[in-house]
Each structure stands twice: as C-alpha cells, then as structure tokens.
Ligand binder design. Sequence first.
Ligand SMILES: CC(C)(COP(=O)(O)OP(=O)(O)OC[C@H]1O[C@@H](n2cnc3c(N)ncnc32)[C@H](O)[C@@H]1OP(=O)(O)O)[C@@H](O)C(=O)NCCC(=O)NCCS
Length: 170
Amino acid sequence: MNIVIRQEKPNDFKAIYDLVKVAFQTAKVSNGKEQDFVNQLRSSGNYIPELALVAEVNHKLIGHIMLTKNYIKNSDCKTETLLLAPISVVLQYRNKGVGSKLINKSFALAKNMGYQCVVLVGDPAYYSRFGFVKSVDLGIRHLLDIPEEYVLACELVPGALDEISGTIDC
Ligand SMILES: CC(C)(COP(=O)(O)OP(=O)(O)OC[C@H]1O[C@@H](n2cnc3c(N)ncnc32)[C@H](O)[C@@H]1OP(=O)(O)O)[C@@H](O)C(=O)NCCC(=O)NCCS
C-alpha cells in the first residue's frame, strides 16, 4: 500500500469534514463535533497550513492530522506550543501505520519549522509510543477538570520544556 502524506488543500476540505466526522463515530471518546473543530481551527489565527496533512492511497483520502498553534501560560509568560488535534484514520485503513505516518511526518515538519513541543488530550496507550508523557510530570496542567493521565506533552527538542510550567486550555 503506497501511502502518500501531503499538505491539505482547500478542495480537500469537504472530504476531510466527512472523514473526521465518520472516524470519530468509532472513537473511544468523542463529542461528535470534531469535524467542526477542524473548521474552527482553520479559521483561527492558530492554523498552520504546512502542519495540516492528509494521507492518501490512490488519490483517496484515508487520514488527516492537524497541528495548530497553542500556548502554555503562567503569570509571567506565554510559551508557544503545538496542539495535536484531531487525528483521524478511515476505519478500514486502521492498524496499518497510517496514524503513525501522519504523526511522524507532521512532527518532522514541525521540528524543521522550529517548533519545540506538542500537547494534546488523548489516550496515553496510543500516544506514548511517539514520546508523549503526562504533561503534569513536566509541570503543565489543563485549565479544565480533565483527568491528568489524558493530558499529554511531547518535546520535539529534548529539554524544551525543562524551564516551562503553566496551563493549557486546548
Ligand atoms: C487513533 C487513530 C488515529 C489511530 O490510527 P491508526 O492508523 O490505526 O494508527 P497506527 O496504525 O499508527 O497505530 C495502530 C496501533 O495503535 C493502537 N491504537 C489505536 N488507537 C488506540 C487507542 N485509542 N488507544 C490505544 N491504542 C490505540 C492500535 O491498537 C495499534 O496498536 P499496535 O501497533 O500495538 O498493533 C485511529 O484509530 C482513529 O482515527 N480513531 C478514531 C479517531 C480518534 O480516536 N482519534 C484520536 C483521538 S485522541
């Protein structure tokens, strides 16, 4: 299976909306609005076109990921980070490494662009393989009352979060 990972384009947006909507129907946790969240992120100032990627096989979309700008805040400063959300793979193409390819490619691009870290709310059973750890262990908490084992952070550059502490509200 030849999986191509490339930047999303405006004429993919409708297909991505449908892909995300259907993918989250089989997610462990979903509010049913992840497809709308994608549109909100695109129209926010936090959108980074280079880090919104699709996976395709024979020109058919089978996956999507977005890394957008976010901030770790404390009373003294605001540190830029990336938020990984959402990631979606078409059910029939799961467990074939598509999600991993989307994450690894987006992280490599992000690192090249100078980004230092990524945060997300998600299942540690999946994300720990990419280097995510509980963010609270790095001094970063969620503003909302989300169980701390699901609030994760990953350093793209080792030590990037050493001097950082604060909250996220993504
Ligand atoms: C999560 C998702 C993107 C993974 O995509 P994928 O292409 O199947 O992922 P990969 O093939 O790279 O990895 C598959 C591995 O991850 C594991 N995995 C997938 N989802 C998992 C989850 N929620 N919790 C724990 N492990 C998970 C699989 O069991 C498999 O494990 P193995 O390598 O030990 O066999 C896909 O399942 C999906 O779209 N789910 C619905 C949307 C969703 O839940 N998004 C994430 C929200 S946090």
